[in-house]
Design a protein around this ligand. Structure first.
Ligand SMILES: Cc1cc2nc3c(=O)[nH]c(=O)nc-3n(C[C@H](O)[C@H](O)[C@H](O)COP(=O)(O)OP(=O)(O)OC[C@H]3O[C@@H](n4cnc5c(N)ncnc54)[C@H](O)[C@@H]3O)c2cc1C
Length: 383
């Protein structure tokens, strides 16, 4: 029998595991994917950029920005693990593209990425830092939870591991994954309250319906031409809606990255043409040098069943109000708890929200702030 089972090895689950570990509590973390990190995914650049020690530059195909000036838990985590961050590159002029046949307009933008920073070595550094302090035998990847049963003094978990059904028992369970996945993919015995399930089903998973393109070049030619790399394109038929510089501060690793304006269904329909369409758009913005990248990657998050459901194909237009207060109610006599960024009232959706949710779940399990000081509480909880 485990004291606590954490389901989900994204930032929220791992941050919770780290808090429990430091408090000397016993736990087991189960993650369905074969890797930890969830929506956090950093990939290495070419050998020239990564250098001989393998600890070089990485590009983010998931979250790339943190705002330590406004995010106290991210700031504390970076400090605690001595992780460096650097500002999003904004020097130079940004571009606004109002139409395919209309010349892009240059403007100075100090606002959009103000205070946004990138973690040196990629956002996955956060995951590696946490995992580095956790015993390997407490982290079980390739373990997919499909059913929870309330057995009175414990919860029985039914997992699929290497194609086999495995049953575990835990006194308490924390579900650290998107609520919409929970509602659609997990069985609960007895069934959860229908209103709670409906609320979870209606909670969009942040960024789950999006795809990110990464276009690596040999050198940041746009910087040399006076462009910041930032582009806003909001015309019908635009391929990328937002483009930004995703390279190293010193230009030793050069890349543009962007989020698609094309909706999920059209991305699926035109999958084979997306590379050419992206390059065509970038050539129209930055000139012929944009036509010859070293590499072009597309990470389609809407096709990741452990992140997105069919309902996420149409993403919300505004940032949702996350952190419904029902997540904090007593479920199954204090045995069942919810974490994950979508359960955080203050910074829900963001990496900071994942940490916020882990902090709240830890407190519900009797583990209080490990950072040595009270963190500001946000009070804009939704209902
Ligand atoms: C393209 C993109 C860009 C983003 N940009 C930013 C940004 O710049 N800044 C920012 O702050 N945030 C950004 N975000 C949001 C950020 O990634 C999330 O807030 C954060 O990673 C959520 O962490 P989490 O642990 O709550 O959830 P997740 O990372 O989704 O972790 C949940 C985990 O549960 C696992 N799981 C699911 N089902 C099961 C099951 N049945 N059994 C076991 N395990 C299961 C999943 O595999 C996953 O590992 C971005 C997200 C995306 C996709």
């Amino acid at each position: 029998m485990f004291e606590i089972a954490i389901i989900g090895g994204g930032l929220s689950g791992l941050s919770l595991a780290h808090r429990l570990q430091r408090a000397g509590r016993s736990f087991l973390l189960c993650e369905s994917r074969d890797r930890l990190g969830g929506r956090i995914l950093s990939v290495a650049g070419s050998r020239r950029e990564t250098g001989g020690d393998g600890a070089g530059f990485r590009y983010d195909l998931g979250p790339g920005w943190v705002w330590p000036a406004q995010q106290p838990r991210i700031a504390a985590l970076l400090r605690q693990f001595n992780l460096e961050s650097y500002p999003q590159w904004i020097a130079g002029r940004a571009l606004y593209q109002p139409g395919r046949e209309i010349a892009p307009q240059a403007y100075v933008d100090q606002q959009t990425y103000a205070d946004a920073r990138r973690i040196a070595g990629g956002s996955e550094r956060l995951i590696e830092a946490l995992v580095g302090e956790l015993p390997a035998q407490r982290l079980m990847t390739g373990s997919h939870l499909r059913q929870l049963t309330d057995r009175g003094d414990h919860i029985e978990l039914e997992l699929i591991r290497a194609g086999e059904v495995q049953r575990l028992r835990a006194r308490q369970v924390v579900l650290a994954l998107p609520p919409r996945l929970l509602a659609q993919q997990l069985g609960f015995e007895p069934a959860l309250d229908a209103r709670l399930l409906q609320m979870m089903q209606q909670t969009p998973t942040w960024m789950a319906g999006h795809a990110k393109a990464l276009i690596r070049y040999r050198h940041p030619f746009w910087r040399e031409a006076g462009w910041s790399g930032a582009v806003l394109a909001n015309y019908r038929g635009a391929i990328l809606g937002e483009v930004f510089d995703a390279g190293a501060e010193d230009g030793s690793a050069a890349a543009l990255s962007g989020f698609f304006a094309l909706p999920t269904e059209l991305r699926r329909q035109y999958r084979g043409d997306l590379y050419a369409l992206i390059l065509d758009q970038l050539v129209g913005l930055f000139g012929p040098e944009a036509a010859a990248p070293e590499e072009l990657m597309i990470k389609e998050w809407a096709d990741e069943p452990l992140t997105a459901t069919a309902d996420d194909a149409i993403p919300p237009t505004d940032h949702p109000q996350y952190g419904h207060r029902w997540f904090e109610l007593d479920h199954w006599n204090d045995k069942l708890h919810f974490a994950g960024t979508e359960t955080a009232p203050g910074f829900g959706g963001y990496l900071e929200g994942a940490l916020e949710s882990a902090e709240r779940a830890a407190q519900a399990l009797g583990v209080w702030d490990e950072w040595g000081g009270a963190l500001p509480r946000c009070s804009n909880g939704g209902d």
